[in-house]
Design a binder for this molecule. Structure first.
Ligand code: RTP
Ligand code: MG
Length: 137
């Protein structure tokens, strides 16, 4: 089923020059990028985006990481893209992310307060709809 998801290259991906490599992998899979912009998230936007995490102990570190510089916000479209993009990203913790995934191949498995893992993808259809509406007009 063709669907849309919200995809993001996080600040470490932009700062470390991984934008081209990550977009290459998205396009190699056959997914279409139907919207894209470079922007630095405000703390308010980030708190809405990560509403499920705002009360967690790691949230201050996550907010500092995610507002540290520009991100690439994208809407992707393709068959089963919500699940497929999560597979392309790999596991949340780069230590556990398998080789062949973006996080497994490119993220640094450093011990930092926030897990810096290059990319984000919506985890359900309801999250995708909510996040696309939040990040794009
Ligand atoms: P995302 O939402 O960014 O696509 O990542 P995810 O679903 O794989 O992971 P999630 O559990 O939603 O966590 C969101 C982001 O918060 C950071 N995090 N840090 N220090 C920690 O224990 C910790 N746990 C999560 C990561 O950047 C993670 O991607
Ligand atoms: Mg998540």
């Amino acid at each position: 089923m063709t669907e849309r998801t919200f995809m993001m290259i996080k600040p470490d991906g932009v700062q470390r020059g991984k934008v081209g490599e990550i977009i290459r992998r998205i396009e190699a899979k056959g997914y279409q990028i139907v919207a894209m912009k470079l922007m630095t998230p405000t703390p308010a936007l980030l708190a809405q985006h990560y509403a499920e995490h705002v009360d967690k102990s790691f949230y201050p570190a996550l907010a500092a990481y995610m507002t540290s510089g520009p991100v690439v916000a994208m809407v992707g479209e393709g068959n089963e893209i919500i699940t497929g993009w999560r597979h392309l990203m790999g596991a949340t913790d780069p230590t556990n992310a398998l080789p062949g995934t973006i996080r497994g191949d490119l993220a640094r498995a450093w011990d930092t307060a926030a897990i810096m893992n290059l990319v984000h993808g919506s985890d359900s259809q309801s999250a995708a709809a909510r996040e696309i509406a939040l990040w794009f007009d």
